[in-house]
Design a binder for this molecule. Sequence first.
Ligand code: ATP
Length: 230
Amino acid sequence: MITIKNVSHDFVVGKKGRQTVIPVLRNISMHVEKGEIVTIVGRSGSGKSTLLNLVSGFIHPKEGEIWISGEKVTGLNESKFADFRIKNLGFIFQSFQLIPSMTAFQNVELPLILKGVNEIDRKKQTEAMLKKVGLLDYQDHYPGELSGGQQQRVSIARALIVNPPVILADEPTGSLDSETERDLLEFIVELNRDLGITFLIITHDDKVAEIGHRTIELKDGQIARKVAAV
Ligand SMILES: Nc1ncnc2c1ncn2[C@@H]1O[C@H](COP(=O)(O)OP(=O)(O)OP(=O)(O)O)[C@@H](O)[C@H]1O
């Protein structure tokens, strides 16, 4: 489902003439099977977010190739990647990334507008998705009028609305209390089991790492070890 082949990446920082190269990822190769939950752990600065940003196409690897759903995404230009993203990838972020001036309904509906779905179908699909995450009664609430767990559910509904085969999550429970975190992790496991969605999740949190069928540790930009789940 996701194949990362010999990917290396560095950032160049500083003013012209005094630039420094920061090597971040070195020769990473890994594969995520369809229907797997793979969690990526590692200390702060080990390159987790950089790896996720590369898979998401927000940055491009200096070396190596990334394949998603059988398509080589390395080398796609911005507009082709945007098109690929809307069809294939859903995102869950620690900070939810909801649009504050839009209601829960409008936030969830947005990817359908980008995809060109007509208004009647959008309403049907958005309401069905809000029902699925238990928030139909909150559809007219703005993000600021929802709890952290409810906001994260809106962001999951927004990720799911286009039926992506893959969801990429960056510290998905980082802003939640432990009870809400447990609910959300159960929900992710359910989505994986019932809908076969593949998850690639980066986290600091052992409870999140535990839901992975496999956990991969990054250390200084390299894969340190692969741990099979019990
Ligand atoms: N846009 C950027 N420009 C320059 N350096 C960057 C950039 N993004 C990340 N880095 C550097 O790359 C290294 C890895 O960062 P990254 O955010 O991938 O680590 P991480 O494992 O996700 O850390 P954390 O757990 O703290 O989020 C760090 O040294 C960071 O300073």
